[in-house]
Design a protein around this ligand. Structure first.
Ligand code: NAP
Length: 215
């Protein structure tokens, strides 16, 4: 049976204590070997998706660099269209398909600025982003597999709506701590311990382990 939405992989590197960044927003947790694995994975998906805070804080390229492979499309969830015009994803949007997903809260002026820069602006929601609707739009554009690369708030939105098919998380050998440090999953959280995934694979890489969970 044909899927009505893309297959969604949630990928992240976290500390032993479940943080994906320090309280001072440092997020380079992966080893070089793990980074190569992530880049290989990017080469196999149709699109990589992040929340707008990740662009503000990390200014990622979201490209395939450490291995050979094609670049996936890039998707940024940014209800108010706030990411900097000089961020890497914006600056390279003529070469790599890049989508900015906004809500009705984004000003027409901002939308047209991003469109002029070469981004495809998708309006999808009144104040927030309606993820199910977004996934069906992406599906119609031929996107079959998406890698959600955080941050914690974006991860929460996808999990809350039960839109994640697979979780690939690297446990790195660090302890980060801190109430204000971003965890793998932020948001309100679930009330009960009932939403679970099946552990399919464990890969040990020197000082890290990559865990693969599926629904
Ligand atoms: N270690 C890792 O693997 C990794 C990976 C990625 C990021 N990070 C770290 O994570 C941190 C950022 O995480 P974060 O939780 O602060 O932010 P985030 O997930 O990057 O971005 C969150 C923002 O995106 C928008 N958004 C996301 N999903 C939405 C939805 N369904 N509906 C509406 N808006 C949505 C919201 O914008 P509005 O507020 O405008 O509504 C929300 O506040 C950074 O420090 C970064 O370095 C670590």
């Amino acid at each position: 049976m044909a899927r009505s939405r893309p297959y969604v992989i949630l990928g992240a590197a976290m500390s032993i204590d479940g943080k994906i960044a320090t309280r001072t927003k440092k997020s380079r947790l992966s080893s070089d070997r793990d980074l190569m694995r992530v880049h290989k994975l990017r080469g196999k998906v149709d699109a990589v998706l992040v929340g707008k805070n990740t662009v503000h804080v990390d200014n990622p390229s979201l490209t395939v660099r450490h291995v050979k492979g094609r670049n996936p499309a890039r998707i940024v969830l940014d209800p108010r269209a706030t990411i900097p015009l000089n961020s890497k994803v914006v600056k390279t949007s003529n070469a790599i398909p890049t989508m900015l997903v906004v809500s009705d809260m984004a000003s027409p002026r901002k939308i047209s600025l991003f469109a002029k820069k070469g981004l495809q602006v998708i309006r999808c929601g009144r104040t927030g982003i309606e993820l199910k609707k977004l996934l069906s739009i992406l599906s119609r554009q031929g996107i079959k597999k998406i890698l959600v690369e955080g941050g914690g708030t974006t991860n929460w939105h996808f999990l809350k709506e039960k839109l994640v098919d697979e979780i690939l998380v690297t446990v790195t050998p660090y302890i980060v701590g801190g109430k204000g440090a971003v965890s793998l999953v932020e948001g309100h959280g679930f009330d009960s311990i009932s939403y679970s995934f099946k552990l399919k694979q464990i890969k040990k890489m020197d000082n890290e382990i990559v865990l693969r969970y599926v629904l």
